[in-house]
Ligand binder design. Structure first.
Ligand code: KG4
Ligand code: ZN
Length: 337
């Protein structure tokens, strides 16, 4: 079969990224310019600031990705871009750049869903086998997605309120840890002990999630300790939060895996980098003898364009190319893919 080369652009949040990938899993270049240092000063992503920095960086990032790939740009087969979900101003910069390139080079333009990129990041280390369940855990999403076959997505469970990564970031903030909170809590929880107890929030549907109550419970715990003039043991709070949140995630993932008879479980999104989540799944998934567990490489858990290119390679067979009227869609649904 002829090689497929995809150039992809990702700018949905605070990373400006461009990558060129061959046949869905061979990286020719992967450039990510992170804005984390700038947003850290504000304790979170400031949308206005993010879009301005994307504007400053996008051309440089694309030029660098083309140069590093060592290919002639005319040889690419398509341009893939994150159309949504994400921050409107941020997405707009990537979509405009992708439209410009598609027009200049006269190549198909593939608008993609950000979460599909996270799921296909697993293709860099493993072949995807269907039916497949994806546990998607990021700053904006907590979803159990069933794929009965290639490019078929059904949401089995979702969060009723905060996303898991958002809960990590908020709890980190009240503990005085830096943004983004996920890696900081992951590290601190390793020094923590079982000491505090936190409740798991009930949901109407058995495969849905709820994390805002857990965040409030952490706030109440901090307040209670303060009123009792007891020193707060931050590592034990991080431990209690992480164990409560992750055990709920893992338990529901196991339940969904049993119900659907899947062959493969993949984990996707920034929180897939969490060391405790990876350990819990590695311990518990082997109990389902017919399910293979795939964890994405750490470099590919947080936002990047290589994952969008990997998805783009498959999208060539499933997604109608967009015309130049394509617009960023901040609340793009998986069902529109
Ligand atoms: O996928 P991502 O880069 O952006 C979104 O699409 O949201 O995910 C970012 C999220 C942040 O909430 C961050 O705190 C979380 O992923 N994260 C982690 C870890 N590394 C990143 N959460 C828990 N443990 C980690 N090691
Ligand atoms: Zn993401």
């Amino acid at each position: 079969m002829k090689d497929r080369i995809i150039l992809a652009i990702e700018s949905s949040c605070d990373e400006t990224a461009c990558a060129i990938v061959k046949n869905g899993n061979e990286i020719l270049s992967n450039v990510v310019s992170s804005q984390i240092n700038i947003h850290q000063k504000f304790g979170g992503v400031v949308p206005e600031v993010a879009s301005r920095i994307h504007v400053e960086n996008i051309s440089l990032v694309i030029e660098e990705a083309i140069e590093k790939s060592g290919i002639a740009i005319e040889t690419i087969d398509a341009i893939a871009v994150t159309q949504g979900p994400g921050l409107i101003g941020s997405l707009h910069v990537g979509v405009m750049a992708a439209k410009t390139l598609a027009w200049m080079l006269d190549k198909p333009l593939l608008p993609l869903h950000h979460l599909i990129g996270h799921i296909y990041a697993n293709a860099f280390i493993d072949r995807l086998e269907f039916p497949l369940l994806a546990l998607v855990v990021s700053g904006g999403h907590t979803e159990l997605v069933l794929m009965r076959s290639e490019w078929e997505f059904e949401i089995l469970g979702t969060t009723q309120d905060d996303a898991i990564g958002e809960a990590y970031d908020k709890v980190a903030r009240v503990l005085g840890l830096p943004y983004p909170g996920g890696p900081a809590i992951d590290k601190l929880a390793k020094e923590g002990k079982p000491h505090y107890k936190l409740p798991v929030c009930k949901t109407d549907k058995p495969l849905d999630f709820s994390f805002s109550g857990l965040k409030s419970a952490v706030l109440q715990l901090i307040d209670r300790e303060k009123r009792a003039s007891r020193d707060l043991i931050a590592a034990d709070v991080a431990y209690a939060f992480q164990e409560t949140a992750l055990n709920d995630l893992v338990q529901k993932t196991l339940m969904a895996a049993k119900q659907t008879g899947i062959r493969q479980l993949v984990v996707a999104g920034g929180v897939a980098a969490n060391s405790r989540l990876r350990a819990l799944l590695s311990e518990q998934i082997p109990s389902l003898e017919t399910v293979r567990l795939t964890l994405p490489p750490l470099w590919c858990c947080t936002d990047n364009a290589a994952m969008i290119a990997a998805a783009g390679c498959v999208a060539l067979d499933h997604v109608a190319p967009a015309d130049l009227k394509l617009a960023a869609t901040p609340s793009k649904e998986l069902s529109d893919s």
